[in-house]
Design a protein around this ligand. Structure first.
Ligand SMILES: *Cc1c(COP(=O)(O)O)cnc(C)c1O
Length: 340
């Protein structure tokens, strides 16, 4: 059955699909993979995911290519990262093969929701894991559920690739210096909501958080990584409180291929004076170019884009990555899983 979705207008939101795929860890082992048509989960009222935030997730995408094939971008890397997240907050890691099998199954079962080539839309895959065991005392669960849902999402830039402005705010930290920032934990998002809301109210698309220990170095950019181009080099913050973005990792590879030097290091706020491009990067947008960064505590404004347009390097990054993800340029890094 076909859908009558207007793919180009879909938001980045939840759109119901036909099936999701689930697996439960119980009695020390992962059970059978189950296909569900239900959009809800039945939880114990004292489950650890509800009380002590044992919840981790991933976000990746599947694309329909010009050749009609469906490609998932960096499936294995997302499997590895959710295992790191699981170990970080004492949850049961989902084996790589199980993760891959369940993501592929969820994509195939919902094939009619994979947007057509050229629409700019894609199928977002959201694997997540929750602790099920009832606890009142603080302790990790023994039982876990891993679920993969998929939902079609529209192109990130509805009215064309364009800059947004972001702000630096010292009033809030997203995570603690040796905390959970390096893992994809739902709780990190809870901790970032108030800052994000304030920024949106002031007309900014995101908060550029500073490192939570010294408040000297650039850290995470809202729910995305940050990079800049300085003297022709690709620079991106290195910190224990940043989630290792797979998009950022891919861009570092592309940057080197384009002949640029790549530096992962501390970046001070005043270095923003000397950058020629800056962007937030992540699965949702690939790159979201930044026009201006306003430090709301000092009143200082860093104008990144002099002509108001996205920079040439960021534009080329997006073009290349999109070409690889749609099978228009060869996958020389083993980033693509073709769904047969
Ligand atoms: C998911 C996420 C990112 C981006 O990671 P990608 O793998 O590129 O999608 C960056 N920062 C945070 C905090 C995230 O949760």
């Amino acid at each position: 059955m076909d859908t009558d979705i207007d793919w180009g207008k879909l938001p980045f939101g939840y759109y119901p699909t036909d099936y999701n795929v689930r697996c439960t860890f119980r009695d020390g082992k992962w059970g059978a993979v189950e296909v569900s048509q239900s959009e809800t989960v039945n939880l114990h009222i004292a489950a650890t995911c509800l009380h002590y935030s044992q919840e981790i997730f991933e976000g990746l995408k599947a694309f329909r290519g010009k050749d009609g094939k469906v490609r998932i971008f960096r499936l294995r890397d997302n499997a590895k990262r959710i295992q790191d997240s699981a170990r970080g907050i004492l949850m049961e890691p989902v084996p790589t093969e199980l993760f891959e099998e369940m993501c592929i199954k969820a994509v195939k079962l919902n094939e009619r929701f994979i947007p057509p080539y050229g629409s700019g839309a894609s199928l977002y895959i959201r694997p997540f894991e929750i602790g099920l065991t009832p606890r009142v005392g603080v302790k990790e669960a023994d039982e876990y559920m891993f679920i993969v849902l998929v939902t079609p999402v529209g192109p990130y830039f509805k009215s064309g690739f364009s800059n947004t402005n972001i702000c630096i705010m010292r009033e809030y930290d997203r995570v603690a210096p040796q905390g959970t920032g390096r893992w994809k934990v739902g709780g990190n998002y809870a901790a970032s909501l108030a800052a994000g809301h304030r920024a949106h109210e002031m007309g900014y698309s995101a908060v550029l958080f500073l490192d939570p220990k010294e408040k000297k170095y650039l850290d995470e950019c809202g729910p995305a990584n940050f990079y800049a181009i300085k003297d022709g080099k690709y620079i991106t913050p290195m910190s224990d409180s940043i989630l290792p973005s797979i998009t950022n990792d891919s861009l570092m590879v592309l940057a080197r291929e384009m002949g640029m030097e790549v530096e992962r290091r501390h970046i001070t706020v005043d270095e923003l004076e000397e950058v020629s491009e800056a962007a937030a990067c992540g699965t949702a947008a690939v790159c979201s170019p930044i026009g201006e960064i306003d430090d709301i505590d000092t009143g200082k404004k860093y104008v990144i884009s002099k002509d108001g347009k996205p920079g040439p390097i960021t534009t080329e990054f997006v073009r290349r990555l999109e070409a690889i993800r749609h099978g228009e340029e060869p996958d020389t890094h083993g980033w693509i899983t073709i769904v047969e």
